[in-house]
Design a protein. Structure first.
Length: 130
């Protein structure tokens, strides 16, 4: 919950509106999207997550990427905690020009790379008039 040092009654309604939003655990994952001639590549910085806790699915041309935190050991008494691993979810709408059957994912040095092949561009066919 967001706490203020000074009570400002006219702002209470505004603060109450955003209380639950601030308390939801979520992680903002830095993401790069690259485009080459024959594919797209999504790179996500997810250091600290294990590949066993990452789920990638495609549903109706939407690529869904999620990860579960693996740092939830409540028996550890932290003296200082400057970062946390939280559950994350990202979704990307895929264009019709990609092959949903040719998607590959790799996880190296904390970077998840998802490579999505483009469909070949249909070449025009010349038709001779007789």
């Amino acid at each position: 919950m967001y706490n203020t040092l000074v009570n400002r009654p006219k702002h209470n309604h505004f603060n109450r509106h955003f209380q639950n939003y601030r308390m939801e655990p979520s992680a903002q994952i830095p993401t790069n999207i690259l485009e080459a001639n024959d594919h797209f590549e999504i790179q996500m910085a997810i250091a600290g997550y294990s590949k066993e806790n990452i789920d990638i699915q495609v549903v109706d041309h939407i690529l869904k990427v999620s990860g579960q935190a693996s740092m939830n050991d409540e028996t550890i008494n932290y003296r200082r905690m400057e970062f946390q691993l939280k559950e994350f979810k990202r979704q990307f709408t895929l264009p019709d020009s990609v092959s949903l059957e040719n998607i590959e994912a790799a996880f190296n040095n904390g970077i998840l790379s998802i490579k999505i092949q483009k469909l070949p561009i249909a070449q025009p066919i010349k038709i001779n008039v007789k």
